[in-house]
Design a protein around this ligand. Structure first.
Ligand code: PMV
Length: 325
């Protein structure tokens, strides 16, 4: 039986940075995101006797995985088997991704949520919560791409494999939001988030961040429930800059934002001010800027994005999460 699944990245509005258990990717705090409709990743999984993986570019050519990438995928399968013992003894997987990797566009969230979706299909009666736990074992943020719309990750308690999982706050039709993604560079970053999370604890600002997160998470939930864009903008931008302050002050420091990122942030502030355009910026672990906006700001934001030289632009909107094909 060959199982096929599709998924897409999500963009965090309250960021996940730092774990309390690295191996199981149990986060140090709650987080919250909006799932995107594109770019997509398709995977297939088939029961076999030996683990194998193939990765295919969007143009159909084969991408040779590094040993680290291969072992991360195998390790994910082995952890998934710990959680769901009825999984086949091994699998052969194929990944077809349209998401550029390592630029702050959550490519791993899309890959591991799609894989979790396909692994869950081997076992009867798996719940969405189970799928989100399976996804988390490969990439913490992947557990949020399992759902559409607005999704909260619950930190939970303790160190059991199922202690943290994601849950949908509101479906994609609750609030029509767009994410115009501007990638100043599609070069893969040198420190991926898996290597970055363990450094969070070395930042002198991390404890303060953890203390402030519950209030921010609550404010973000309120903003989403009430479709209050100003409230969402304030809390999402504060949280994004706070995560990057933690990253920059860790040992060694992680500087994901570039001069281009800073320039775009300042220009967007200037663009939105006169007419109070509903657009906010946020960045994950990379220089890529996500401009999240309401429909009334879409044409101005798209027009601004199309004027960016040497940048790759993705026009996305709120999406429906991972599913079987
Ligand atoms: O899921 P990971 O290990 O790739 O971590 C994602 C971290 C951020 O993208 C920076 C924030 C987030 O919440 O998605």
């Amino acid at each position: 039986m060959k199982i096929r699944a599709v998924s897409a990245p999500n963009i965090a509005l309250i960021k996940y940075w730092g774990n309390r258990n690295e191996e199981l990717r149990l986060p140090a705090a709650d987080s919250l995101s909006m799932t995107l409709d594109s770019p997509t990743v398709e995977v297939s999984a088939e029961s076999t006797s030996n683990f194998s993986v193939r990765s295919i570019h969007s143009d159909g050519s084969e991408r040779i995985l590094t040993e680290r990438e291969r072992s991360r995928l195998e390790n994910h399968f082995l952890l998934a088997k710990k959680y769901a013992e009825k999984l086949p003894s091994s699998v052969s997987i194929e990944i077809r991704s349209n998401v550029p990797r390592g630029i702050g566009l959550a490519s791993s969230a899309a890959v591991f949520s799609a894989l979790a979706e396909s692994y869950a299909a081997f076992i009867p009666n798996m719940s969405r919560k189970d799928v989100s736990i399976l996804a988390r074992l490969g990439s913490g943020s992947a557990s949020r791409s399992v759902y559409g719309g607005f999704v909260a990750m619950h930190v939970g308690e303790g160190s059991e494999i199922d202690a943290s999982y994601a849950e949908q706050l509101a479906p994609e039709n609750h609030w029509e939001l767009y994410d115009i993604v501007i990638a100043p560079s599609i070069e893969e970053k040198t420190t991926g988030s898996s290597e970055g999370h363990p450094l969070a604890h070395t930042s002198p600002f991390f404890e303060k961040r953890l203390r402030e997160l519950p209030d921010r998470q609550a404010m973000c939930i309120e903003a989403i429930r009430g479709k209050n864009f100003d409230k969402l903008r304030i809390v999402a931008e504060v949280d994004c800059l706070d995560m990057h302050a933690v990253m920059k002050s860790s040992t060694p420091p992680l500087k994901y934002l570039s001069n281009e990122t800073e320039r775009i942030m300042r220009e967007v502030e200037a663009l939105r001010a006169p007419e109070h355009l509903p657009v906010l910026y946020t960045m994950d672990a990379g220089p890529t800027v996500h401009l999240i906006c309401e429909k009334s700001a879409l044409s101005s934001v798209s027009e601004y994005a199309s004027r960016q030289k040497n940048c790759t632009v993705f026009e996305t909107k709120i999406g429906s999460g991972s599913s079987l094909l």
